[in-house]
Design a protein. Structure first.
Length: 208
């Protein structure tokens, strides 16, 4: 589980509006990726201190038979380019969140969005874990450090970690974290744990 004691997450909704402070001189980039309908847009919205840039379009009859809406009652829009959010980490550094489209037909955008990313949060819906295989494989092929983030829907089944790791064919060093993407505090705990993992991994690499 994502820990809640790493840092204090902001309470309440993001402030409106906020311009990037003039003192910011650098930025880091993290992808939020995963299959269709897994909660990427929701997670970026929970984390961002600004109103996220979203490229959602209403789903039409043209997507019938292409986008599987099983278990996704009420979903009427889909991301067709990206979601973008921002967190000002300190007066000199900002973190940019780039949410990717979930469907393979939008993957030509994926390479551009992933370029220069420090790492990726790969969201998974345990009600449909097989839908995550292509995204996880793509991250491994591009050698982008990532963590699996299980979005805990109300009817999410529970599995022992080793069983889940085996089912998703994850390497031992890929962390499995849990989060309700709608909960801002839980989203921040997830992000803190992921960044801590990236930092620990980079320290180990430097020591080799």
């Amino acid at each position: 589980m994502a820990s809640a004691n790493s840092a204090e997450a902001p309470a309440g909704p993001p402030a409106e509006p906020q311009y990037l402070p003039a003192s910011v001189q650098g930025a880091v980039k993290i992808l939020v990726t995963g299959p269709f309908g897994v909660g990427k847009t929701t997670l970026v919205g929970s984390l961002s201190e600004i109103t996220p840039l979203r490229t959602e379009e209403t789903m039409t009859a043209a997507s019938s038979g292409v986008d599987d809406l099983t278990g996704r009652a009420g979903k009427t829009t889909t991301t067709v380019a990206l979601d973008f959010g921002r967190i000002t980490l300190n007066p000199r550094l900002a973190l940019y969140l780039f949410g990717t489209p979930g469907q393979q037909r939008f993957w030509p955008l994926w390479d551009d969005l992933s370029r220069g990313a420090l790492g990726a949060i790969a969201m998974v819906d345990l009600r449909r874990p097989d839908e995550s295989f292509d995204v996880l494989g793509r991250l491994e092929e591009q050698q982008i450090p990532f963590a699996v983030a299980v979005n805990t829907f109300p009817d999410t089944p529970s599995y022992p970690e080793e069983e889940l790791r085996s089912a998703l064919d994850l390497l031992p060093d890929v962390p499995i974290l849990y989060c309700d993407a709608r909960d801002r505090r839980a989203a921040y705990d997830l992000l803190i744990d992921f960044v801590s993992h990236l930092h620990a991994t980079s320290v180990l690499e430097l020591q080799r």
